[in-house]
Design a protein around this ligand. Sequence first.
Ligand code: NAI
Length: 347
Amino acid sequence: MVLFEMLAAHNYGELHFGRDEASGLACIIAIHDTRLGPALGGCRMRRYDREEDALFDVVRLARGMTYKGAMAGLKVGGGKSVILAPPAVADRAKLFHAFGRFVDSLGGRYTTAEDSGTSINDMVLIREKTKHVTGLPTAMGGSGDPSPFTALGVRRGMEAAVEVILGRPSLRGLTVAVQGVGHVGMNLAREVRDAGARLAVADIDPIRAEIARKELGAEVVPLDRVLEMECDVLAPCALGAVFTHDNIKKLKCKVIAGAANNQLYDPSVGRALFELGIAYAPDYVINAGGLINVVSERDGYDAARCRTKTLAIHDTVATLFERSKRDHLSPEVVADRMADEILAAAG
Ligand code: NAI
């Protein structure tokens, strides 16, 4: 009963549970909404303390994919999968083959992709059992690494935010602080440096921070200072749940625009940021470049078309900040409403 209550609360959809004795596979595929098209979303593999945690994770993530696809103007539904990682994976090929067969059994209503805990090599293994997989290597006709597209979309969203909120025509002369210079963060750091911004970075991995200093001339700031430093734009590109009611009081940025998923600890933090006068570019809108890239694989990958669609994130972010100002609503609430309008029109 609790299960169906949870599905109702998230306006679901379907859940599929898969188990394979021989490979040790235990997985859940969540299909949240298919009004815009068949569902697509990454496969996350991690240890979960409790099965309920895996369920909660996949349900929440798949819903996020519905909204992300809608706001990116894609003909894609929201889905996601989790593999409950066994204590030790004896045979990775066997595990992902079993997962691939399970995805295949859904007949294309769900297409999988890479996520945390899975890699491009795992997608190649899945491809041996189903065609409903994206994020394949370019040599296989796939879209390869999505991070440069994600970074491009974040940079364009950031530019829209500074135009509407700060009245600045570009990032030139502004200070941008990037938390986490990994795949997306490093690409983003390069983008904003090239756009003429002053760059500050922090990374838990000192080697990554040093690369940004040497190659991009970034100032390296301590991990505990990056959120509190004086800057125009703060770009979280590391972890989720980075903003809480406690730490937002110490922020000295004017705009938040970064790639990390689920940046707000809970939705009420969005309202609190709005009341503090800090413009938060909703993560799922601004980081959709990677999704745009993998979705394109379904119709034959075309990098130029993906780039055009990714650049359009600028206009979406500009529109939602305009509406946020006009209606005195926080931007993530406006984004949810805009996505709901798109979904209702499709459905
Ligand atoms: P990544 O693992 O390559 O990079 C994360 C970086 O953050 C690493 O350099 C890591 O050392 C650093 N880091 C971790 N904890 C930190 C901390 N406490 N303080 C500072 N730095 C810390 O991951 P990737 O692919 O760059 O993704 C970054 C974020 O963007 C994630 O939240 C991911 O879910 C999200 N995202 C990524 C997309 C993609 O295309 N890769 C697409 C959409 C969202």
